[in-house]
Design a binder for this molecule. Sequence first.
Ligand code: BDP
Length: 736
Amino acid sequence: MNSKLDYVFPCLKIINCLSPLKLVYLIIFLAILPTNAQTPVGYNLWLGYPQIKKQTVRSEYLRTTNSIFFRAKTPVLQTARKELLRGLEAMLDTVSGVLDSPNAMNTMWVVEKNDLNQELRRKLIGDFERIGKEGFIIKSVLVNGKGILLITANEDLGILYGVFKFLQLMKLQKKLDELNIIEGPKLDLRMLNHWDNLDRTVERGYAGFSLWNWQKLPEYIDPRYIDYARANASIGINATVLTNVNANALVLTRAYLEKVAALADVFRPYGIKVYLTARFSAPVEIGGLNTADPLNEDVIEWWKDKAKVIYQMIPDFGGFLVKANSEGQPGPQNYGRTHVDGANMLGTALQPFGGIVIWRAFVYSATDATDRAKQAFAEFVPYDGKFLDNVLVQVKNGPIDFQPREPFHPMFGAMPNTSLVMEFQITQEYLGFSSHLVFLPKLYEEVLDAETYRKGNNSTVAKVIDGSLFNNKITGMAGVANIGTDINWTGHPFAQANWYGYGRLAWNPYLSSDMIADEWLRLTYSNDSRFLDPVKEMMASSREAVVNYMTPLGLHHLMATGHHYGPGPWVNDLSRPEWNPTYYHKADKFGIGFDRTPSGSNASSQYAPELAKLFNNPDSTPEEYLLWFHHLPWDYRLKNGEILWDTLALNYQKGVDQVKEMLGIWKQAKMYISEEQYNEVKMLLEIQLKEAKWWRNACLLYFQTFSERKLPTGVELPGENLEYYKSLKFPYAPGN
Ligand code: BDP
């Protein structure tokens, strides 16, 4: 990388020959030369460490020249020490050294429980019990009458998490000397699922290509792998599935496993385990067998051998994620077997090595004529209690497919004897790709807080997945990653907040999205409340905005075919009925919506009776799910006194207005951030506004052909006709 000095010295030689005017030009030229040494905007994510003035550090301890007692015996602890120094040295100018043994000059101790003195260990015994294997304690304690900041944990990974937390708190300008944090993750598996293909395209990826450079691995370690691991560790993510659920068996061959092992080596010191997607037909495709029947002896042996090889190469390999008998993927049903047969066969192969199988419940059939929303529940719930202990079932947050809004998936709470992993999508397949600002923790929070009534009141989805409701052995959350080779990792700068927020909720599913927005903004942009307060509001409203301009009142899956970008409510010519938007909205002259009550598909019966009762009556159905559960006449009167058609139209308009407001807020925020940061988001919000209008116009014009009603006052008239919107094509939309 070049610095300005590289240009200066040669220039000095010729400077004598220059006239005064030319000298002025030269100075101006030098001033505007790029400084490539700077990290590009957005690359640092929430991990940038701006300098803090000595007087403003909110710690007496750190304001003095300080030394740190930090014994780093393991690779994870070495990582933690490196991270602590990196953060402190960037933020402060007073760090004098790190010592392997305690010293009277210490103002900070970062030590595992076993390295603490007897007295402290005894004093903190209750705290150590509370934090579990991966948690940490941060508090100021007295050592020989002197106050010091202590970061401690039962195990090394807890120390790493504690260090990141401490640095974050420093950036958040917390009073460090008063900290008393005793915290551990509520879920065991905090996973990213990359839908990355071996050719580096990313299914539903909108932030460039896959980070994994398979061609150059295992020898070439892109520094980005390390930055990726740092970012994940900083929010507690401890597992990564490297490959697409629509799996390629090749990744299980030795040549690829060597590459996977190299990545695992990079991630290990950050506490991140590597997982792979297992293609069910791999024994045929790469194993030379003529069947993948999970009950066939040769197949069983093949997987056992494969597991052995993998664990020889990657001793802490996490396990397999499997999409089987879903959307054309092979699975046990190809051989007349069940999900349990398939999952348990793989579970048995991994079990001797401590590996796990995560079996996805995202299934719906081309031949099943029942409502798609019912199929996963119908297929999986009868198997409750039949999966091995090291098999987890991964369930999408809603019963269809990562829509802007869905009711929670009825499987949550309905399988008390099975560990269910929550699957959220961080990448915005159905939410405007990486062009739209949508703060997804709002959506996640809504799902996690949803009441299932499966064990009385207060049986929320969060309690199902953290195991507290049914005492499940392993717990977890998965997020379909929105990360790629784009400089800022996620395409939209605010999409970083979705990665961050997902990680925070996987750590603690009870956190509020407002708090997450606050944290992320402070860590990424500024602590200035004049910036924070309005921008937080913008983020909070963004989720409701996208629901309004895409799929208000419980509508869903109106997206155009294949790429899912933009509106396509009219699409009705695809081979499988449930791939057509018309299947979902069922608009006709009478009205609109999917009847999922007993008079229709009866999908409501998959919820607890308390909820089914609520959902079966349009008057008691929460308005945001109205057309999810009911097919209602255009003149059905809503609680606001307006008829359905008018409310629908006004909601679309509201979505557009909300984006206008977001843009307005962002313009106010200009003075608190750099021009580059400002412009980037402003341009994206302008795209979002244009596309919100496109959604409103296209959907209303189309639905109007059924309602045959005028647009109510307050709704802007579309600039084009329906044929125009239908004619738009996007052959190269990304991620498809
Ligand atoms: C759908 C995506 C598809 C995925 C599938 C899945 O359109 O690309 O393969 O989900 O989750 O949302 O398996």
